[in-house]
Design a protein around this ligand. Structure first.
Ligand code: FAD
Length: 402
């Protein structure tokens, strides 16, 4: 990895550096893959630290995410990822709002791992020192085969390639592909978390420790739950595999999320964002009036300060564009509803695929990456939209989606 030095408002980098905007799961996967391939790279993240923002808790990782992590991480860190991932029952369990089992759908993918999002992010940050927090990207200029990135603090950085890994509101995408649209799915998610103690464990039947378990009403309002637990104590796994790493989260929990149409809520998005944890909990209880008392008891067990709202949006697939030395990955290009739990898996696959393409040294590495990524990325957007419509009442994608 090449060193990085600040000179005035200029960051001095190797001419060959890849500039990655965004230290989310996709950007960090790319950075780890480039490090492994010996390609200089620097990551620029708007948040002041990795803990800054709540983005959800549990992630379901399937063979796409696991394969990407295996490809980019040193073996001991991939092993640590596996050692800190729970093994839920490989099925989706579907109940009605009175707790009557409706269906149990076996997961088709052979890999089903549930991990705490922040744990995974910490593992992806390990051993990689070229991440610059507090650097908000605002725009770029393409100049004579190089790219100059501009940041909100007035500084700039020049590199060979610029990668927008800056999530659903991507500033890179807005400049590079201004015709690409992000739209509201009509769904809102109220997100909560229940620590798993001997008392709260009583709320959940063993079959509910599945990849995903949902309780649904006829109007498609759904309470979804999913466990995060650890096959071995986290401190022991770290001591065995990465003694310098201090993983912060180590207590098992059940993640909970209410999915509902925005019309069913009495608040605008701005008002939702302003509600306290207890007020959001009351709102959920109001939405599930008359549901089985055990489901209501789950919501009563939410940790108030860990409750927050999410506006669920999706990208609209677009046709091919001409490849240059600016590209995109993850939610920045193919954001999707969480219905198929595919967003993080696809973002990490992008990171691994792009690192492999750049490592191959082929002249059209970016074009080849984008060709594949558009296929599997937009396919995942469509599948997520179909599942979101079927299970949660998400608006269908516009009919003009490419
Ligand atoms: C509640 C919830 C549950 C989910 N569960 C799952 C799941 O189980 N499985 C799954 O596969 N997916 C899941 N997803 C989707 C998944 O979280 C996303 O698809 C994934 O995080 C996308 O990764 P990314 O790296 O593309 O973007 P992000 O993780 O959003 O990272 C983007 C980064 O860019 C930074 N950034 C943004 N703008 C700028 C800027 N201007 N300058 C610098 N930095 C910037 C952001 O701060 C952020 O750190 C879930 C999503 C939600 C909301």
């Amino acid at each position: 990895m090449s060193g990085i030095a600040f000179s005035g408002s200029e960051l001095s980098l190797s001419d060959e550096a890849v500039l990655v905007i965004g230290a989310g799961l996709g950007g960090l996967c790319l950075a780890q893959g480039l490090r492994k391939a010996g390609i200089p790279c620097a990551v620029f993240e708007r948040d002041s630290s990795p803990e800054f923002r709540r983005q959800g808790y549990r992630l379901h990782i399937d063979s796409r995410g696991d394969g990407a992590l295996r490809a980019v991480l040193p073996p001991h860190l991939h092993e640590l990822f596996r050692a800190t991932s729970g093994r839920p029952r490989p099925a989706a369990a579907i109940y009605d709002d009175q707790l009557t089992s409706q269906m149990d759908v076996a997961e088709p993918d052979p890999v089903n791992l549930n991990i705490n999002r922040f744990t995974l992010r910490q593992i992806l940050l390990e051993g990689f020192d070229n991440v610059h927090f507090g650097k908000e990207f605002v725009g770029y200029e393409q100049q004579h085969g190089s790219v100059l990135a501009h940041f909100a603090d007035g500084s700039t950085a020049r590199g060979r390639i610029l990668v927008g890994a800056d999530g659903v509101n991507s500033a890179v995408r807005r400049q590079y592909l201004p015709h690409a649209r992000i739209i509201d799915t009509g769904l809102r998610q109220l997100y909560g978390k229940i620590p798993l103690t001997p008392q709260t464990r009583e709320l959940f039947d063993p079959e509910m420790h599945a990849v995903f378990c949902m309780f649904g009403a006829p109007d498609k309002t759904v309470l979804g739950i999913a466990p995060v637990d650890y096959p071995e104590p986290v401190a022991e796994a770290c001591a065995r595999l990465a003694p310098t790493l201090r993983l912060r989260d180590r207590e098992p929990y059940m993640t909970n999320a209410l999915f509902t149409r925005k019309e069913f809520l009495p608040h605008s998005d701005a008002e939702l964002r302003g509600l306290s944890g207890p007020a959001l909990g009351e709102l959920v209880l109001d939405r599930i009036k008359g549901w089985h008392p055990r489901i209501r008891a789950m919501v009563h067990s939410w940790v108030p300060e860990a409750t927050f709202p999410v506006v669920i949006r999706t990208s609209v697939p677009i046709g091919p564009w001409e490849a240059t030395n600016v590209t995109l990955l993850g939610d920045a290009i193919h954001a999707m509803s969480p219905a198929a739990a595919a967003g993080a898996n696809t973002a990490m696959k992008d990171g691994a695929e792009l690192a492999a393409a750049l490592g191959s040294g082929e002249a059209d590495a970016i074009g080849a990456y984008e060709h594949e990524m558009r296929d599997y990325g937009f396919a995942a957007v469509r599948t997520s939209a179909q599942m979101g419509h079927q299970y949660f009442g998400q608006d269908p994608l516009p009919t003009d989606a490419a």
